[in-house]
Each structure stands twice: as C-alpha cells, then as structure tokens.
Design a protein around this ligand. Sequence first.
Ligand SMILES: [Zn+2]
Length: 324
Amino acid sequence: MDESQLTPRDADYWGAVELDARGWVESYNAPLRIALGLRPDIEFLKMIVGTDPSKLSPFVRVTSTDAIEICFPQGYFVWFDNAATFMNLNAAFRDRVNLCRAFEQQDHSRFFHSTWSRWLVLHEVGHVVCGHLAIRRIQTFDEFEAADTIGRLSPEQLALRRAIEIDADVWAAQMFFVTIGSITAKNYWDGLYHTEKAAGYGMKDLAMIFLPFFMEWDHVGPEVARTHPKIYERLIVMLVYGQSAFLANAGEHGPELWNVFMLGIKEAITYLWGLEGSMLHKERPTVDLVSHWKRLTDAGVQHRRLHSFKDDWLKGTPPGLASE
Ligand SMILES: [Zn+2]
C-alpha cells in the first residue's frame, strides 16, 4: 500500500472519524442516564469537537446545565492520524496486522481511530462514573476542576490528579475488556475478519493497534504530560486490569487468547523498535499503583462513585499486596 491508496484526508474523512467518536459518546448516554436516575429526554452526555489549536487531549467537563460534555479537539484527530497513516504505510508493521492482510487494498485508519476513540470515551466516561466531577451539585472535587490551572496545584494535589487519571484508566480498561471478552465468547471476530476462529487474529490486532497509540501519546506535548500519568504506566494499567476483565468474560479460550494479545504487544514492540526517540528506548518508570490506590482511598474517592460497579479496584486491597 502506498500513499496514493490512502483515503484523502478531506472534510468527509475527518467528518467520518469524528462521527465514529460521537457514536461511542452517544452509546453511553442512555446507560448513564438510567444509572443516575435522570429523565429519559435529557441529552446528558454530549460530544463536542474543540477548535482550540493548542489543545490535543480529549477532556470532559460539566456544563452550566449539569450536562456532561466530552470534548475531542480537532488537533487530537490530526495528531493521531500520523500514527494511523504510519500503520498503513509501514510495510513491516502493516504486514503484521491481520486486518490489513485480509483487506490489503484498504486504508484502515478509520478503524484504528474508532478503536482509540472508544478507549478515550471510556476514560472520560470513567471520570463521570467514578465521581471525579462536580456533577449535579452533589459532588465537589476541586482537584479535577482545576485541570486548567495546573500551575497552581500543590505537589499533593497534582499527585492526586494523576491518581484520578489512573482511576479512570482502570475503569476504562475493565469496561473495554469486558466488551472484548464478551464479543470473543460470541465469536464476533469471525464476522469482522470473514473467517472462522478469528478471535486470535482480533486479539493480536488489538495489541498491534494499541501500542502505537500509547507510543503516540508519549510524543504529545507537555500540556498532557503534566496532568496525565506517564504513558508507560497507563499501558501497564490497561494490561493488568484489562486482563482480569477479559478472562472473566472471554470463555474457555480466554487464557490462550490473552496470551495472543500479549504476543501481539511483543510483536508490535519488535517492529516499532526502529522508531527513534520513542518510549521504547526510554528508561522504564516504576509503576506505582499502590501509591495511586492509597491517594485515592485517602481522598475517599471510593465513596464518590455515582454507580457502584463490580470489581471496583478501590474496594479491594491495594494492588500488588497479598489479600490474605
Ligand atoms: Zn482523564
């Protein structure tokens, strides 16, 4: 595949990419309204596309009417399109994505964007459900609201903010892989790949699609780097909490398919190793989930949940410590 075969990056293309993200946002509107006991005619959750060119990272906010807006800046789509384009055009990488091999002449960027958007929407919805926002005036969580005034946060507030991001990531990982586990158990992948027993292809591709996404975040400027935890840490959270959610839902072949996913991560690393300056070449930061867990429970975040959910990591013992 060469550049001439890519879908032109015109208004139609960007509109379609935005529409996919909007679809994921809208899919949470009804479940959230029901969970929070809101009237069915209220459009509670909305997606907006931000035009501020200095913003690259999606974010969530409460409006004056207590609706929730998830904002995807235009710059985000443009920035991450670099990764999507690379994945289509780099022959060594593309050759290892089963979907690209199955449908050789296609530009798969829209599918990559949609998978990433789904993850990001879950992260932002996680901020709502996990009680990080001052929502319906029953919650006050100034630390989160202070996102734009990051310079004024004390080191303790900043650390809590990072822990809050991890909290939303844990929720996103669990929700994402509950769904992936369920569609695996139902052989949904077969329809997508037009072949039988495609779950292994799907799980490997998922790994190949997500690793460049996490790597790309590592290159997004200081605006995000300062409020969000280190991207390597976020990748580990996705793998750890995603694994248990996947295994609980994927059926008898779950363990073997999770192994395929992890082999996909390894293969993606192998073929992206050549990229200069990527996170793969940086020193691995320590992943300190215990500190995040303690910060969140000390701040009482477990009592702010808007909806109690199964496997809430804050209800258990700190990660990495024996439960006995
Ligand atoms: Zn966040």
